[in-house]
Design a protein around this ligand. Structure first.
Ligand code: CDP
Length: 810
């Protein structure tokens, strides 16, 4: 009889194990960067530019130097003497560390003060006199390419204008043919506004250079510590083995903590110069005004359609506003990330995408906020386009999607833009969602309500997204291939420590990685401690962003566990005195095939690895796995929202929201639900309230939480989650697909589609996010589209109104 362990009881796959990390968080015992105090530590503050574009005529720091307690004032000029005034970005561009010639966005770093405490440093920043000569400002791509536009990056040779790249992908000729054959051509233009990841913890670092050992240790808020180590080694020309990057607990990252920020670089240089630890902790305004923004993309598309609803082809043009420096993290091959994953869920014979990136006088943007390299823009646009096309054709929205889905039997499927999707049950997920929301009944209620002047609407968003870069053949950042790693050491008592190249920022890796080990080895999850984020101890990895941890590092955890099991099998054969071929495995135990009662536990094998190994066997039970996935994972999701819109005020309320996520095998169902809830909350915030924009002078509107709103439990609607559809990834060792960002990626379109559906009688095709009440009211009242593209007009109340002039239409 089987003596296998009960997997759920030991906290293996499928167990809704409580998050082990929360124990320290809820007791206030987390260890964030700002919690760390080192002996002799100094504090750094940054002086930021008040102007968006201006020449620097002079910087006079003499008064700052005179303030007691000031140890160092860093300016661009000083950085330049060490070749550190500029640094390379993750997209082969350069970024000013401290401005030398010009400031190029409001909030740009101009000088730093290092002092005995942060208050002295802040006061000293205010004592620095900077003389600026204002220059004309650019806040959108139309201005960027206009005749006579000021060249923002005049620091760069061979940069005569503000265009960063022109990129295209797909089959132009085939797409042209599809449009020739179309019965109907549907069009949509929109702006996906800037949004800010807004982690609760801002960015920060403590650099500690020890002259005696020549070792540089940096505690910092980074989602990718090994990449930072490589960058520091290359930029500062320090030996990599003498650099230790430690990411302690991180209070939310969402992509905001992937880029390299000037504050990190300045704290490192200051520590080297002063030979003392230097701490920099960014404040909220600094974080909101200067760190990596997301989105800011103008999308313009046409869809070629047959009368019966079949999509024949799609053309997309994207204008991406990257701000003053092109510093997104994305695979080198793809100028605009994975935007071409758009329409991957649909069977579309031909597609052609063109993209142009431009500079503007805004903080560097384009980071992947809870997003795999621009898939959020792709999926939002896709699902808005699907709704508009269904309306143009007069076909039911759900039916239009269903008839164009890639069908289950079509996998593996090559998309119009070249991705290979490999699995999914799209129609089944849609059915579950429609049933849960009561689709037919709602349509009847909607029609009846309309007769009474009430505006009800239903929005659908269905999408598959590519999660888990690499494979290394196609995906690299700055030439460093994208794969990941896990290192597992099983001690002699059967307890273990696991380290990976990923870095949790709240996703619960300490809980879920141990569950994968439990599944593979039968060690209770509570016996496995998980550590991430210290480059001196963790194996090399590309970090956590783009929901890549489960598909890549999670797979490495399974693979390293299997290596351990293979060695344990040899130990078991030795202990049981049979040949390895006669050994069988069941969870937690090896046994003799012909005598199942004769067995040894995995813990007994661990003890033998240190005390009773066979002759010639290397002692110990530890190993490392580097995992290079054969493909991305392709989760699928259906989000359906119902709303009521008040025609008098434009206020809209969510009546119901249903989410059906198929992310393959769920390691920890409770954590997956938490990820989806969090993503839907962010999606709702982006659709409903989060507004960060710029006026004509490049002033950032929304650099504080009075203007840029974070949803609280009060505003956030309830969500109904469904998990009944499970399509395992065909190549992931445990069949899991990424999930962390799905809801934030797919959710916004469901909310917007619902509002647009409610006001469909007006004939309005688009209101740009956020769907603030005045924008919705304007659309209803004047029966016109409402753009949200900057610049906001000065007379609009703090930029809250729509009614702005969109690029291309002024
Ligand atoms: O890369 P990131 O951790 O942000 O995203 P992810 O790989 O989608 O994982 C987010 C969290 O959900 C992790 O704790 C995963 O282990 C967990 N997860 C899961 O339990 N089952 C899945 N199929 C996918 C993720």
């Amino acid at each position: 009889m089987s003596q296998a362990l009960d997997e759920i009881k030991i906290g293996g796959l499928g167990a809704s194990r409580k998050r082990v990390e929360d124990d320290r968080f809820i007791r206030g015992r987390g260890n964030y960067t700002d919690d760390i105090t080192l002996p002799g530590m100094l504090h750094m503050e940054i002086l930021r530019s008040p102007l968006a574009h201006a020449r620097i005529k002079s910087i006079d720091a003499s008064k700052a130097w005179d303030i007691p307690g000031v140890r160092l004032v860093l300016t661009g000029e000083m950085m330049a003497t060490r070749n550190l005034a500029w640094m390379p970005t993750l997209s082969y561009d350069t970024q000013a560390v401290l401005a030398t010639d010009k400031v190029r966005f409001q909030g740009q770093e101009v000088a730093c003060v290092i002092a005995d405490d942060p208050y002295i440093a802040k006061d000293a920043c205010e004592a620095i006199d900077v003389e600026y000569e204002p220059l004309p400002v650019i806040v959108n791509p139309v201005q960027a390419v206009a005749d006579g536009a000021p060249v923002i990056r005049d620091d760069k040779e061979n940069q005569p204008d503000n265009v960063i790249y022109n990129w295209e992908v797909g089959d132009k000729a085939g797409t042209d043919r599809a449009f020739e054959q179309a019965d109907v051509i549907s069009k949509l233009k929109l702006h996906y506004p800037r949004s800010h990841p807004s982690p609760i913890e801002c960015c920060g670092s403590i650099a500690d250079f020890n002259r005696a050992t020549s070792k540089l240790t940096v505690y910092m808020t980074t989602q990718a510590p090994h990449i930072i180590r490589a960058a520091v080694a290359m930029v500062a020309e320090l030996p990599e083995h003498l650099i230790r990057i430690v990411s302690p607990d991180i209070g939310g990252g969402f992509g905001n903590k992937v880029p390299v920020y000037p504050g990190y670089v300045c704290s490192i240089l200051a520590s080297i110069l002063l030979e003392r630890p230097v701490k920099w902790i960014e404040d909220k305004s600094g974080n909101l005004i200067s760190t990596g923004f997301a989105r800011d993309m103008y999308l313009d598309s046409e869809m070629a359609l047959r009368k019966d609803g079949k999509i024949l082809g799609v053309r997309i043009h994207a204008d991406a506003d990257h701000g003053a420096f092109f510093s997104d993290a994305q695979p080198s091959k793809f100028k605009i990330g994975l935007l071409h994953s758009a329409f991957a869920a649909y069977d579309i014979p031909a597609g052609h995408l063109t993209a142009r990136g431009t500079y503007s006088n805004k903080a560097p943007g384009g980071v992947a906020y809870r997003c795999s390299f621009r898939v959020t823009e792709a999926m939002f646009f896709q699902e808005r386009m699907m709704q508009v096309a269904a309306v143009d054709l007069g076909i039911d929205q759900a039916e239009f999607r269903r008839m164009n889905f890639v069908q289950d039997e079509q996998f593996p499927y090559r998309t119009a833009f070249g991705f290979l999707t490999d699995s999914g049950q799209y129609a089944k997920c849609l059915d579950v969602g429609l049933k849960a929301v009561g689709y037919e009944e709602f349509r009847q209620q909607q029609a009846e309500a309309r007769k009474r002047g009430k505006l009800l609407g239903l929005g659908i968003s269905t999408m598959t997204e590519p999660l888990g870069a690499g494979n290394s053949r196609e995906y690299d950042i700055l030439g460093i291939k994208m794969f990941d790693s896990a290192d597992l050491k099983v001690h002699m008592t059967g307890k273990a420590i696991l380290r990976t190249g990923a870095k949790s920022q709240g996703q619960g890796h300490e809980t879920t990685w141990a569950q994968i080990v439990a599944h593979e080895l039968g060690l209770p999850a509570e016996d496995v401690v998980v550590e991430e984020g210290d480059t001196d101890t963790a194996p090399f990895g590309m970090g956590t962003y783009a929901s890549r941890s489960t598909p890549v590092a999670g797979a490495a955890v399974a693979m390293v566990s299997r290596k351990i099991r293979a060695k344990a099998r040899k130990l078991a054969a030795h202990l049981l005195e049979v040949s390895e071929e006669d050994i069988e495995w069941e969870l937690g135990r090896f046994y003799v095939r012909s005598a199942p009662d004769r067995g040894v536990t995995i813990q007994e094998c661990a003890m033998a690895a240190y005390s009773n190994m066979p002759d010639g066997m290397e002692p110990g039970l530890e190993n490392t796995a580097y995992y290079d996935p054969p493909n991305l994972t392709w989760p699928f999701a259906v989000y359906i929202v119902t709303v009521e819109v008040d025609p008098e005020t434009g206020v809209w309320d969510v009546l119901n929201m249903v989410a059906v996520d198929d992310c393959g095998v769920r390691i920890n169902p409770m954590i997956v639900e938490g990820q989806i809830m969090g993503g839907l909350t962010e999606a709702y915030a982006m659709a409903n309230m989060q507004f960060i924009t710029f006026d004509a002078e490049g002033n950032c509107v929304g650099s504080n939480y009075m203007d840029y709103l974070l949803p609280t439990a009060w505003e956030t609607p309830g969500f109904e989650l469904h998990s009944e559809v499970v399509t395992p990834s065909p190549h992931h060792p445990i069949g899991a697909k990424g999930v962390g960002e799905c809801a934030a990626v797919g959710g916004p379109a469901a909310f917007v589609n619902a509002v647009m559906d409610a006001i469909s009688d007006t004939g309005v095709r688009n209101i740009d996010m956020p769907l603030l009440p005045d924008r919705v009211w304007e659309a209803i009242t004047y029966r016109r589209d409402v753009s949200g593209a900057p610049p906001v007009r000065a007379e609009d109340d703090a930029g809250r109104s729509g009614g702005v002039v969109p690029p291309g239409q002024n």
